[in-house]
Design a protein around this ligand. Sequence first.
Ligand code: FE2
Ligand code: FE2
Length: 253
Amino acid sequence: MRITHISDIHCNYGTDFNLKIFEKAVKLVNKTDADVIFISGDLTTDGLLSEYKLAKEKLKQLDGRIVIVPGNHDERNLGFKLFPEFFGETDFIHTYEDVIFIGLASSEPDKDDGRLGRSRHEKIKEGIKKNKMTILGFHHHVIPVPNSGRETNIIEDAGETLDIILKNNIPLVLMGHRHVPYGVKIHKTLLVNAGTFSCNRTRAHFGNTFNIIDIDDNEIEVKVFDIVKNNEKKMIKFNLDDGCCINRYYDLK
Ligand SMILES: [Fe+2]
Ligand SMILES: [Fe+2]
């Protein structure tokens, strides 16, 4: 199974949205031939109706099955009421063959901080099935992400969330928000962030990127695709059977 993981598109009519990059990136994503395209939030910058309309229009260019969770920017200015109207449910459990994908809204209206809360923690537990691989996706991060500036906005209940993730050996957690790609293995879990897809607010030389994630029975491999440079680099690989992890994050720059 292949998941193409996109984050932080930031459609808007101000300075955030880079239309040229977006148009190029969409073509690259469509070539990845993914089973699922996961978008981990911040589709807009201010949650405005005009931005939601723009995001909806632009995302029509993506081919294939798309699943989306909201980010903190999508919940600004009553945007949390628009998200379900434009993109459907914010919290869901989907089954794709041997994979359970649990998407959660970690954002709250007009706050940059995130929180999952007890009901979403229960949803995670509800979604876990013994004979299937569980993948979790939400916008905010559960541990600090390097190369993204001063640490802010880890979800408020990160301790409880991480405890549920690690206790249940959830192999893969997909997040965004910090506008840089990152991957790290903790216990038997890969924590993976996608960088920003088309926002001009990039960090140093990281540029605009998306992640390509290949999953087979016993292995998960994450590659980072640099949209401007038009190349992909291996970031992290994790073997679920023997626990072996190869982390090439430090070769990314
Ligand atoms: Fe963002
Ligand atoms: Fe964000």
